[in-house]
Design a protein around this ligand. Structure first.
Ligand SMILES: Nc1ncnc2c1ncn2[C@@H]1O[C@H](COP(=O)(O)OP(=O)(O)OP(=O)(O)O)[C@@H](O)[C@H]1O
Length: 528
């Protein structure tokens, strides 16, 4: 079993021992300087090997562009106001910066703005110019890049000399990179294998890959499938432990307090402990889905609209009354789920679907889903375990139109009727090798006046630079576009451009880490 050697080497020149922030900044620069995934992973692994037990977590998180504290609530403006003269030489330790960020996250309530600025200014004053730049980008979320997560997990495996699959499994089950890195480096493979599902700690949800058609999905998976409606709402993972019910979104953000009706429904079920996976959305009086914005209004931070009620539809169960079900085949999990939800006849909690449909039946399920106003269906292999965090072929979504979730990289001022409004958006696809998102097109189509106003209000808050043409944005906002396909391009860096992209809606429930990759865009080349 490979583990790091403790105690860590004391970095020369550092008064308190421990790894210096400067070492992490250097590793981050090395990661950014290469496009090769293995070289990125090697740079990260070297930094992790040098970190002590209490430092591995923050070092891993920072190199993936994340903060172990989650959001610390420091905006761009606060940051720029708090920027003092840089220190001449590096002295900040990782431990000191991590402690300051924890203090920052804990400073809330009245008068907290000034206290937070003071705390931040103190840290930044001790940082060199290069360290300041790193901290500003880290706090501003600019270093957050979905693809880096995969590179980081490889690096953790290399540094701890354990199989990458073991690291990945623990990361998906804990939903946390920092904890996983620390477990791998301090306890090795055995500690990673001991990580299991814990009621109260959300796991990364299993995802679906696009199926090109219902027939193709059925052919691919054989007869042992379930075909379920694909409802267009928000993914929810609900954990119950006795009377305590907690709810997380797909990105593992806790939303328990905002969704009391979901909490109530799950608290009323005949069980003690449970982990349920499902989709929730707002329905109108006829049971048809309301506008997607209505559902999302319940998940936004400021404009929660309590007038809109959410209905949950569960399609999986990962744990029930002391029994972990992750590794059981879907057929078993669905039996357990059906028994649990059987009593809920008046307002069904079960995602509609048909198990082992006959030839015409699967098509009828798709027709019924579309007729009811839903997006399509998900075809699932009944023999597959729950693969947390994976987008595999065991779940295939079938929808009539191509859609992609992309990252907004810039926005141009409109002209004519749209002058004064931020209009044409630059669209980026995730780089699967961990680099910055790659631009694949622009669009100003599909935008209502309301949406243009929203863009004009919102995007300045995400700006990283201003130009006469518009704003360059930090990669933070995810937009869903519909498109006819893709074409080869010599103009764009990924060699591919969208055809006839139009905006469907913004996705506040998605992070850039969940955006579609440039490979997903390339996959549309043939079928476009
Ligand atoms: N019956 C269902 N089974 C699984 N997921 C479902 C189902 N109905 C709706 N969904 C939703 O569809 C998503 C699965 O598609 P995918 O994992 O590709 O996410 P996505 O890229 O956001 O898909 P899309 O953009 O089409 O909503 C799930 O995350 C879940 O939120």
């Amino acid at each position: 079993m490979g583990t790091a050697r403790w105690p860590p080497g004391v970095v020369p020149g550092c008064q308190h021992g421990g790894v210096l922030l400067a070492d992490v900044v250097a590793a981050s620069a090395a990661v950014a300087a290469t496009r090769a995934r293995t070289a990125k992973a090697a740079a990260i692994a070297a930094a992790l090997r040098g970190a002590g037990p209490g430092e591995v977590g923050p070092v891993a998180a920072w190199l993936a562009g994340e903060l172990p504290q989650g959001r610390v609530g420091v905006g761009w403006r606060t940051l720029s106001r708090a920027l003092p003269d840089p220190a001449p030489a590096p002295s900040l330790t990782v431990a000191a910066v991590d402690a300051a960020l924890t203090a920052l996250a804990a400073t809330t309530g009245t008068g907290s703005t000034a206290r937070r600025e003071a705390l931040l200014a103190e840290v930044l004053a001790a940082a060199t110019a290069e360290e300041q730049r790193f901290l500003v980008r880290l706090l501003g979320g600019e270093l957050r890049q979905g693809a880096l997560e995969g590179v980081l997990l490889d690096a953790v495996a290399a540094a701890a000399q354990v199989p990458p699959a073991a690291v990945r499994r623990a990361a998906m089950l804990t939903g946390r990179l920092d904890e996983t890195a620390a477990t791998a480096l301090t306890g090795g493979e055995r500690a990673l294998a001991a990580v299991g599902l814990r009621v109260g700690r959300p796991v990364r949800p299993m995802l679906a890959s696009p199926g090109s058609s219902l027939e193709a999905a059925l052919d691919d998976l054989g007869g042992e499938v379930t075909v379920e409606h694909k409802l267009d709402g928000a993914r929810v993972q609900v954990h119950r432990d006795g009377d305590v019910v907690r709810v997380w979104t797909r990105t593992l953000r806790e939303v328990t307090d905002g969704v009391p009706e979901l909490v109530e429904r799950v608290r009323a079920l005949p069980c003690r402990t449970a982990v349920l996976d499902g989709e929730t959305l707002a329905l109108d009086d006829d049971g048809r889905p309301r506008a997607f914005q209505d559902t999302m209004s319940r998940f936004g931070s400021d404009e929660a609209d309590a007038g809109v009620l959410l209905s949950p539809f569960f399609f999986d169960v990962l744990h029930l009354d002391g029994r972990d079900l992750l590794d059981e085949p879907l057929a078993t999990r669905l039996d357990v789920l059906d028994r649990l939800l059987a009593a809920e006849e008046a307002a069904p909690l079960r995602m509609p679907g048909v198990r082992r449909p006959g030839p015409g039946q699967a098509a009828a399920v798709l027709d019924a889903a579309l007729a009811a106003g839903h997006e399509g269906v998900v075809v699932k292999a009944l023999d597959a375990p729950y693969a947390a965090g994976r987008r595999g072929r065991a779940w295939q979504k079938v929808k009539p139109v191509h859609t992609l979730d992309l990252v907004v990289l810039g926005v141009e001022w409109g002209y004519g009727r749209r002058s004064g409004k931020l209009s044409n958006i630059h669209l980026g696809a995730r780089d699967p090798d961990g680099g910055a998102p790659l631009m694949v097109g622009k669009t100003f189509k599909g935008m209502t006046d309301e949406l243009l106003d929203w863009q004009t209000r919102t995007f300045p808050g995400h700006a990283r630079a201003e130009h006469p043409w518009g704003l360059e944005l930090r990669p933070e906002v995810v937009v869903e576009v519909a498109l006819d396909g893709a074409q080869r391009s010599t103009r764009y860096p990924g060699g591919v451009a969208l055809r006839f992209a139009r905006v469907l809606r913004y996705r506040p429930d998605r992070s850039p880490a969940d955006a579609d990759s440039v490979d997903a865009v390339r996959a549309l080349l043939a079928g476009g």
